[in-house]
Design a protein around this ligand. Structure first.
Ligand SMILES: C[S@@+](CC[C@H](N)C(=O)[O-])C[C@H]1O[C@@H](n2cnc3c(N)ncnc32)[C@H](O)[C@@H]1O
Length: 445
């Protein structure tokens, strides 16, 4: 190529804006530097979009730490109280997406963001890889209170990703529902599981069957050959898989039946295996649930003793989960009179049978929705079977499935399409753990 002369070279430099002593060139320079700044900004925005805004937003402080903290706080509150995403603004929803590696949230509308977040609430598929992954098994999984709590925890913090590697439940209906919600089909009867084929895991969760220990059951404890002995199956799994931590849940009665001997045996077995055993009877009504449900939580750790936090949140009344659009009520008048309950009782009325003059048994109690509600019970009967009766705007009815799901802290979009007899759902719920409690406990695992 022929070499350019001095003039040609200067012209080239002017065009590129490399000569600064000429006014025109200075203008060109300004334009060029404006363009440079503009294109820098554009490329920043582009890369922010490409990298899902996450690092750039934080490094350039486009969102202040305060906003981050506020978003984190509101996320925690959201999971605790199942506050609807509808109440959040776009920035907060984007924050949830960013923190959880949900892809493609940039420029999405509020409704689209809510859909994206709700989709991962109950499935693990899209949750990003975090610094640490803790694998857990969900034994006797039921409707998956543990699983929902861990998924929410994954959403609320950036450090640990809890991953469910196996679940099991003997009930066919429950297994299908579990798959619908969490994308994982549980194994069946725990007794048929070949422990050698189980995946490795760090944390074992088990809300093992409570009937042999419950006041409502036969209290046979370990003598209940089928259900009481399931604790020994758990021990067998522990022996082979050596998880670092365990969370066990059962009825509050567990530590008092047979003068505490059954519980003592359990504790000894766990201590023998090298665990620090901590336990506490917890009432879900202090954990942002409108249901009073007292259960014992046993948390075992090979390294440290778990410390249960003193949690006594304000009571959340049943009215918070009542769907005012429901207009099917219980016509009690033909058979019952109402007898008012005095004092501080959570009951407003008792149903008294006009014929026998008797009443007020479980299933004949009408609760005040401005207070907390009773324990939802899989086996209770009567007109208020399972959920109890509630006095709503001068009328009386039981709770719907959706309302009962909320009593347990399950999300708005919890699915049970696979269940042909929808009433069975209340039975499953009566056996469930309250999500809010687990959610709180796992924060300090
Ligand atoms: C108290 S519930 C568990 C609640 C559950 N962990 C939750 O989060 O809601 C006990 C569960 O154990 C299941 N179950 C009973 N016997 C079983 C067995 N032999 N193998 C597996 N699951 C069993 C029941 O079907 C029931 O869902």
């Amino acid at each position: 190529m022929p070499r350019k002369n001095k003039n040609q070279q200067d012209n080239d430099k002017k065009l590129k804006g490399e000569i600064t002593h000429d006014g025109d060139v200075q203008m060109a320079n300004k334009k060029n530097s404006c363009q440079e700044v503009k294109s820098k900004i554009e490329s920043m925005v582009e890369s922010a979009v490409e990298s899902k805004v996450e690092n750039i937003i934080i490094e350039e402080k486009l969102i202040s730490k305060d906003t981050e903290n506020e978003a984190a706080t509101s996320m925690a509150a959201q999971s605790e109280q199942q506050v609807k995403y509808e109440n959040m603004n776009v920035k907060e929803l984007q924050e949830i997406c960013r923190k959880n590696g949900i892809k493609g949230f940039w420029k999405k509308r509020k409704n689209e963001l809510i859909d994206m977040i709700e989709n991962i609430l109950n499935t693990d598929k899209n949750i990003s890889t975090k610094n640490e992954c803790i694998k857990y098994v969900d034994l006797f999984c039921g409707l998956g209170a543990f699983h929902t709590a861990f998924n929410r925890n994954n959403l609320c913090q950036n450090k640990i990703n809890y991953e469910c590697v196996m679940a099991c439940d003997i009930d066919d209906g429950v297994r299908k529902i579990y798959e619908e919600n969490y994308g994982l089909y549980p194994e069946g009867d725990i007794n048929t599981i070949n422990i050698d084929n189980m995946p490795d895991f760090d944390l074992l969760c088990a809300g093992f069957p409570c009937q042999p220990f419950s006041i409502a059951g036969n209290q046979k404890g370990f003598e209940d050959k089928t259900r009481g002995n399931l604790f020994y199956k758990i021990l067998e799994i522990i022996d082979k898989k050596q998880p670092n931590k365990l969370i066990l849940e059962n009825v509050k009665n567990l530590h008092t039946i047979h003068d505490g001997q059954t519980f003592q045996i359990m504790k000894n077995e766990l201590v023998k295996r090298g665990y620090n055993v901590s336990y506490k009877v917890i009432d879900s009504k202090y954990y942002n649930s409108p249901q009073s449900r007292q259960r014992i939580y046993i948390i075992c750790d090979k390294v440290k003793s778990y410390i249960f936090a003193e949690t006594k949140n304000h009571i959340v009344p049943v009215s918070t989960i009542i769907d005012k659009t429901i207009d099917i009520f219980f016509d009690y008048k033909a058979k019952y009179n109402l007898e008012e309950c005095s004092g501080n009782s959570m009951m407003k009325y008792k149903l008294i049978n006009k014929h026998t003059g008797k009443g007020g048994r479980q299933g004949e109690r009408v609760y005040d929705i401005s207070k907390y509600g009773p324990t939802i019970c899989a086996s209770s009967g009567g007109p208020g079977a399972k959920t109890g009766l509630y006095y709503i705007d001068g009328k009386i009815r039981t709770l719907t499935i959706k309302e009962t799901l909320k009593m347990f802290g399950f999300p708005e979009n919890y699915k049970y399409d696979s269940l042909s007899n929808k009433n069975k759902m209340l039975f499953y719920l009566g056996n469930s753990i309250v999500v809010n409690v687990v959610e709180e406990l796992i924060k300090s695992l």
